[in-house]
Design a protein. Structure first.
Length: 433
């Protein structure tokens, strides 16, 4: 279990203790998946030692993390929330098991604190506006303020995967005005730069520093992109990340139509290396520089600045929604940008005893990398250009049960030619609250 956040848990319980009469909410959520992934592999030009390759294989491959069909329990999550007097909140989510967020897949912790927030004040999101100026301040581990929280599929788009899929740790303050304008500031540890596959499972990259002869791991390397990986503690041992957002929200009188427009920016310094549990690869600049393996082997950077800016749009109708995001990022002079858009509509069946809602959703995303790397490199997919189309359909049977079917078409340009690495996913969700 990730223990670095245990002191924060103790702090949260200590603060909660005076509020024994506060509202306490518990929810459990579990997800069972059927997954079918294309069986693909592409050779890479990198001199892995022969003992690190499977029997009969003379070169290394980027290949589907876990090809074929499987049925797997992907997540069991426990939610504990306190709502106390004086606008004090404690919000937590503990993943007893979260297969799709492991990085590397087979070596990460089973039990982890996915979210832990100690908040004072009310945080307004997509609902009603405040009657007067209001503020909040929070400490802990939480999602980035531009992240899409009301997701309609188990999968993620390219932009969400690359820039804001997982939580960061630190402080956040926000101010909301009755006019609809708002602002937010964050001071956080900063998610380390690493790599992962864009489909459900992350690949086993660097999970075994001393592979046995004819090593053939259950989970392969995948076809990874650079992404902001998981933060596992609240220690500001390296340069922290500063973030800011300005936005405007409009809500109709009935509340049935809402618009939220946000511009945001983050900046920090990339560390020479960041330890990431379960892999001998280091994060940040270390994932780009392999000169310790082969002298001179690196994706060249100009400096250690990490800059990221973007704009979000949320729109909600009576039964429909739209989410759009554009992000541009500078990683020490390596530039990339991406955009994604998702639309969904809920068909409600109030008189049907078996199905409450059917929610089709469609998401399209692109990721463009304006940099390249050396001819000899283990993961050239880090600078390939990508598009991804996700098609989903959710059947909401009751408050407790739902089933989501989706298909991901992940396309990239390799050696000037289009390639695909697609995946079908069926998710049965059970909630208890």
């Amino acid at each position: 279990m990730k223990t670095n956040l245990v002191p924060a848990c103790i702090l949260g319980l200590a603060v909660a203790s005076p509020f024994v009469h506060a509202n306490f909410d518990f929810k459990m959520e579990s997800k069972l998946n059927y997954r079918n992934s294309d069986d693909n592999h592409w050779p890479v030009n990198f001199p892995f030692p022969p003992e690190a390759l499977p029997v009969g294989q003379s070169t290394a491959w980027l290949e589907t993390v876990d090809a074929g069909s499987s049925i797997e329990l992907s997540n069991v999550a426990l939610h504990f929330n306190w709502v106390g007097d004086n606008d004090i909140f404690i919000l937590s989510k503990i993943d007893v098991f979260d297969l799709y967020e492991k990085n590397p897949t087979s070596s990460d912790y089973d039990v982890s604190i996915d979210r832990l927030i100690l908040r004072y004040g009310k945080k307004y999101t997509q609902g009603a506006l405040p009657d007067e100026a209001d503020f909040y301040i929070q400490l802990g581990k939480f999602g980035k303020f531009e992240r899409q929280e009301d997701r309609h599929m188990e999968s993620y788009g390219l932009v969400s995967t690359a820039f804001n899929r997982v939580e960061d740790s630190g402080f956040e303050v926000g101010m909301d005005f009755a006019s609809g304008f708002y602002g937010k500031l964050t001071y956080t540890v900063g998610n380390p730069l690493f790599m992962r596959d864009v489909n459900a499972l992350a690949g086993d990259n660097g999970a075994n520093p001393n592979p046995p002869i004819n090593f053939d791991p259950e989970y392969k390397a995948g076809v990874p992109i650079l992404y902001d990986a998981e933060v596992e503690d609240l220690r500001f041992g390296r340069a922290p990340e500063l973030g800011a957002a300005l936005g405007f929200r409009w809500v109709s009188e009935s509340g049935g139509n809402r618009i939220n427009l946000m511009a945001f920016h983050y900046q920090r310094e990339l560390a020479d290396t960041v330890d990431i549990h379960g892999t001998f690869y280091g994060g940040d600049l270390d994932i780009l520089d392999l000169s310790e393996v082969i002298p001179g082997l690196a994706i060249e950077t100009e400096d250690n600045d990490k800059l990221e800016s973007g704009v979000n749009l949320w729109w909600y109708g009576e039964n429909s929604s739209l989410f759009a995001q554009y992000v541009v990022q500078d990683l020490g002079g390596l530039e990339r940008d991406g955009w994604e858009i998702e639309v969904a509509h809920a068909f409600t069946f109030s008189d049907n005893r078996y199905i409450q809602k059917i929610i089709p959703a469609l998401r399209y995303s692109e990721l463009t990398n304006d940099f390249g790397g050396p001819a000899v490199f283990p993961s050239p997919s880090l600078w390939w250009d990508w598009t991804k189309t996700d098609i989903g359909l959710t059947f909401q049977f009751s408050r407790s049960w739902s089933l989501t079917a989706e298909y991901a078409i992940a396309e990239f340009i390799r050696a000037g030619q289009p390639e695909e690495n697609n995946e079908a996913l069926l998710t049965l969700t059970w909630r208890v609250d």
